[in-house]
Write a new protein. Structure first.
Length: 302
């Protein structure tokens, strides 16, 4: 009975000031358009280009697709809410948004980890690269990333939906996430909170450790490379490392500890839901001559 007493939630958003909301609306709409256009351009370029058929670009294509989906779970609702006074979301819509955020977010974490492994094989074991990173293996890694994201998300979602919500129904965030919902549940959420933090924290921490170890080994192995090979490898890895820092830093801050300040959390959440997906295409294209060359060829062809 308690679980069904709340039919909708009210999202307080980033600010209650009308003037500030109008500024946020323009900025958010602009950022979201860049996210969709930039990542879609990378997907189209990789699919249509004969030159970009290596595993690295195969993973990059999926990373860009996940970025579009990830931002689309939260950004359109956030943008629309800046224009309305009553920022409501249904209970079902809230749970669906929670599922989407964790599904695409965790899938992105796994794909970034797979990309680090790909660079490790390419740089540290170049003679075995074509036999280890076959099309089939790459496909299995991507499928594994999607499955891992789904399992993680379904655990978070099921734990949250089992909680009773009987009021209040105001969420101090711009989208539905686990920590804000735990604070609204009218029961003791200590155990659930520990499981949620352990689940998210374990995924984030293990992947981050694997990423750090991969790039540490890569950087150590670059000492034996020629100057040209060193610069090329470092340029490729530099893009990956930049994206990892931008994405994992805020994610670790939010999900590896129990939440205490929701106002602080929602400001940090902007980095991994909006800023990082927007910067990913710029980071990967500006530092990659092959992608830029393929884009120019595609543009001339069109």
């Amino acid at each position: 009975e308690n679980a069904s007493s709340v039919k909708e939630f009210i999202l307080l958003g980033l600010s209650e000031n009308q003037g500030v909301q109008k500024i946020f609306f323009v900025m958010s709409l602009f950022f979201y358009m860049i996210i969709v256009a930039g990542n879609l351009l990378i997907v189209i370029t990789v699919i249509s280009s004969q030159c970009l058929n290596s595993p690295m670009y195969f993973f990059l294509c999926y990373l860009s697709f996940v970025d579009i989906c990830y931002s689309s779970v939260t950004a359109p609702k956030m943008i629309a809410d800046f224009l309305v006074e009553n920022k409501t979301i249904s209970f079902v819509g809230c749970i669906a948004q929670l599922f989407g955020v964790h599904f695409f977010g965790c899938t992105e974490i796994f794909i970034l980890t797979v990309m680090a492994y790909d660079r490790y094989i390419a740089i540290c074991r170049p003679l075995h690269y074509t036999t280890l990173m076959t099309r089939r293996v790459c496909g299995q890694m991507v499928i594994g990333s999607w499955v891992g994201g789904f399992v993680h998300s379904i655990v978070q979602t099921l734990l949250t939906t089992q909680l009773p919500f009987c009021g209040p129904n105001k969420i101090d965030h711009y989208f539905c996430d686990v920590h804000p919902l735990l604070q609204l549940a009218c029961t003791d959420t200590y155990t659930v909170g520990i499981i949620v933090v352990a689940n998210s924290g374990m995924v984030t921490l293990i992947c981050f450790v694997i990423l750090v170890m991969s790039y540490a080994v890569i950087l150590l192995s670059l000492k034996s490379q020629t100057s040209e090979g060193w610069h090329k490898a470092l340029s490729t890895c530099g893009s990956h490392i930049t994206v990892v820092i931008l994405f994992f830093g805020p994610c670790t801050f939010i999900y590896i500890r129990p939440s205490s300040n929701l106002s602080e959390d929602k400001s940090v959440a902007l980095f991994y839901t909006v800023i990082t997906p927007m910067l990913n295409p710029l980071i990967y294209t500006l530092r990659n001559e092959e992608v830029k060359s393929s884009m120019r060829k595609l543009w001339r062809r069109k």
